[in-house]
Design a protein around this ligand. Structure first.
Ligand SMILES: N[C@@H](CCC(=O)N[C@@H](CS)C(=O)NCC(=O)O)C(=O)O
Length: 201
């Protein structure tokens, strides 16, 4: 059985939903309640997956590990199709996630006032332009990576909820909002949210 360390509502939620989608048994552990967490992950970050004593960190690495290990229809076998999937996976993990990360950084580190407001507005403008590129992709594709819902859509749905923590205006297009709603109603995602709420209560 896998052991998976998370924080409620954090980027780890998409991987938790993926584990459910792949029908894997998983013991979930709230990072704040874990006594061994610092030993496993000195950077203090989730997600962390433990498989048979092997500790795997970094969301994109965990996702590719799981998709290569368990039969699924998300990861194309090879060629350009696989590269396109990885391209969107990395867009989510290494471009959109850090763009939201700037909001958290500003929120925690700048004193309230006009400079903070300006910084939040600048950061949210970049986030809106990234969502615009998702919306463009969805003009030609049902979900971000083709005709099926994948973990990339799940990641986007998780990040989209982070804007609510800040007094900013982030523009997310209509098609993108539709796939976010589809993810939030998807059974594997609903179960992940509910299991995390229960385990963290
Ligand atoms: N590149 C890392 C980023 C992980 C990351 O930023 N995790 C955040 C949650 S979304 C975290 O654990 N932050 C620690 C904290 O807020 O205390 C990954 O993809 O795994």
């Amino acid at each position: 059985m896998y052991k998976f360390y998370y924080m409620p509502g954090a980027c780890s939620l998409a991987i938790h939903a993926l584990l459910n989608e792949l029908r894997q048994e998983v013991e979930i552990v709230d990072r704040s309640k874990a006594q061994d967490f610092e030993r496993l992950e000195s950077r203090g970050m989730v997600p962390v997956l433990v498989d048979n004593g092997q500790v795997i960190r970094e969301g994109a690495a965990i996702i590719l590990y799981l998709l290569e290990k368990h039969k699924n229809q998300m990861l194309p076998e090879g060629g350009l199709e696989k590269t396109r999937f990885i391209e969107w996976l990395m867009f989510a993990n290494a471009t959109l996630h850090p763009a939201y990360g700037r909001l958290f950084f500003i929120g925690r580190n700048l004193p309230d006032g006009p400079v903070k407001e300006q910084a939040l507005t600048a950061a949210s403008g970049i986030i809106s332009s990234l969502w615009e590129s998702v919306e463009k992709q969805l003009q030609q594709s049902t979900f971000v990576c083709g005709s099926r819902l994948t973990v990339v859509d799940m990641m986007l749905a998780v990040y989209a909820s982070w804007g609510e923590y800040f007094p900013v205006d982030i523009v997310i297009g209509e098609r993108t909002r539709e796939i976010i709603a589809a993810v939030r109603a998807h059974p594997a995602f609903v179960k992940a949210v509910s299991d995390e709420q229960q385990a963290s209560a």
